[in-house]
Design a protein around this ligand. Structure first.
Ligand SMILES: Nc1ncnc2c1ncn2[C@@H]1O[C@H](COP(=O)(O)OP(=O)(O)OP(=O)(O)O)[C@@H](O)[C@H]1O
Ligand SMILES: [Mg+2]
Length: 359
């Protein structure tokens, strides 16, 4: 039997936020999940009264005091917690009164409900998107095989034709078959194996920015807001470049439709801790946000945005986001979206791991 991990280590790996308060309602201990919930490290929480961070109405002061004085424990479900900085979350709360020889304490456990809801919603959406992709891929395969036959037969026919005038028709068949083949190949997605190396994510993003800047058809400005301390990430450069470019291009296209507003795309990189991707939890992720001040994603598209062939553009194939999602999926990452009029934010999460993402 291996040695059990220390209780401190165990507490820090819990997804439940755990706080210990003394009889003055000041914080004596906060595990990592609690530090994430309060968006502060322990040094900024230690010794401070809890009401310095949450509004008194969200945690019933009197009830907490009563609990510590009378040694009563209690639980509350769906507590609305409002932080003094305006953030808001819902959690199931359990308060345990602990009495030892010298003092009395309260143990507070917060289990965030939104997080649970979000995870199950995310898993559901992911499963649906995968099913849609499989369907489209299956169809694409079925189209691809006879297409080769049609093109080949048209080529043979062209050779047998007595007059060049008639070749116009076989050329149409060949051209249209090629067009369809192109579409089918895009539907099937990239079929090369990813080539992972350690890269600075900013180098990849700079390539995307250069490609967008080189396009003379727009005057949209790109604003970089990079966190230079982000470590190298094990990734396939071409794939992440393509995934990001598809998203940035969408922003450019959305902004170009509104020449009346001064278009701006912000590319923000940050480190994000404790990110859950399709049920797996990663301690550290690179978060790349692409934010534009365009018209926002049409409401009717929001549920099916990542499905293949969903588009509002005259000449769009609706594959950009579906491909981006597949490429980020090869890196065990995910893409999230938030959008309303005047602001659309796509966020890529890429886990920072010290092992080959393919294994
Ligand atoms: N930043 C954005 N602002 C507004 N709408 C967006 C934005 N990004 C995506 N969309 C909407 O989502 C749809 C799907 O995007 P997606 O990239 O998958 O396909 P597309 O851009 O239409 O076609 P393709 O990328 O294959 O050329 C777009 O048609 C557009 O309506
Ligand atoms: Mg697109």
């Amino acid at each position: 039997m291996t040695d059990p991990v220390s209780s401190e280590n165990l507490l820090d790996n819990l997804s439940t936020a755990v706080l210990q308060l003394n009889d003055k309602m000041c914080i004596d201990y906060a595990n990592h999940a609690a530090q994430a919930l309060f968006e502060r490290g322990f040094s900024l929480l230690a010794g401070c009264p809890i009401y310095q961070f949450v509004t008194p109405s969200s945690l019933d002061v009197e009830r907490l005091k009563q609990s510590i004085q009378q040694g009563e424990s209690y639980s509350d479900s769906e507590v609305n917690i409002t932080f003094v900085d305006g953030r808001h979350t819902q959690a199931d709360l359990s308060v345990t009164s602990i009495v030892d020889a010298q003092s009395q304490y309260l143990l507070l456990e917060f289990r965030q409900i939104e997080q649970q809801k979000k995870i199950s919603q995310e898993n559901h959406q992911w499963a649906q998107q995968q099913a849609a992709k499989e369907l489209v891929r299956g169809l694409a395969h079925e189209i691809k095989n006879p297409l080769g036959g049609i093109r080949g037969a048209a080529q043979l026919l062209a050779k047998e034709l007595p007059s060049n005038d008639l070749k116009e028709f076989t050329n149409v068949i060949i051209e249209q078959s090629d067009r369809l083949r192109n579409l089918v190949d895009r539907l099937l997605g990239p079929n090369v194996r990813p080539k992972f190396h350690w890269y600075n994510v900013h180098e990849v993003l700079e390539k995307v920015c250069t490609l967008v800047d080189l396009d003379p058809s727009h005057t949209i400005s790109i604003v970089r807001d990079y966190d230079p301390s982000i470590p190298d990430v094990y990734l396939d450069q071409d794939m992440i470049q393509q995934a990001t470019l598809n998203i940035v291009r969408n922003s450019v296209q959305a902004l170009m439709q509104h020449p009346d507003i001064k278009g701006e795309i912000r590319i923000v990189t940050r480190i994000e801790r404790r990110v859950i991707v399709h049920g797996a939890r990663y301690p550290l992720c690179v978060k790349v946000s692409i934010v534009d001040n365009g018209p926002g994603i049409p409401n009717e598209l929001k549920d099916t945005l990542f499905y293949p062939m969903v588009t509002t553009k005259k000449d769009g194939s609706g594959l950009g986001l579906s491909i981006s999602q597949t490429l980020v999926g090869h890196h065990r990452g995910k893409i999230e979206v938030e959008s309303w009029t005047g602001r659309t934010e796509f966020t890529l999460y890429l886990p920072i791991e010290r092992k080959d993402p393919q294994k």
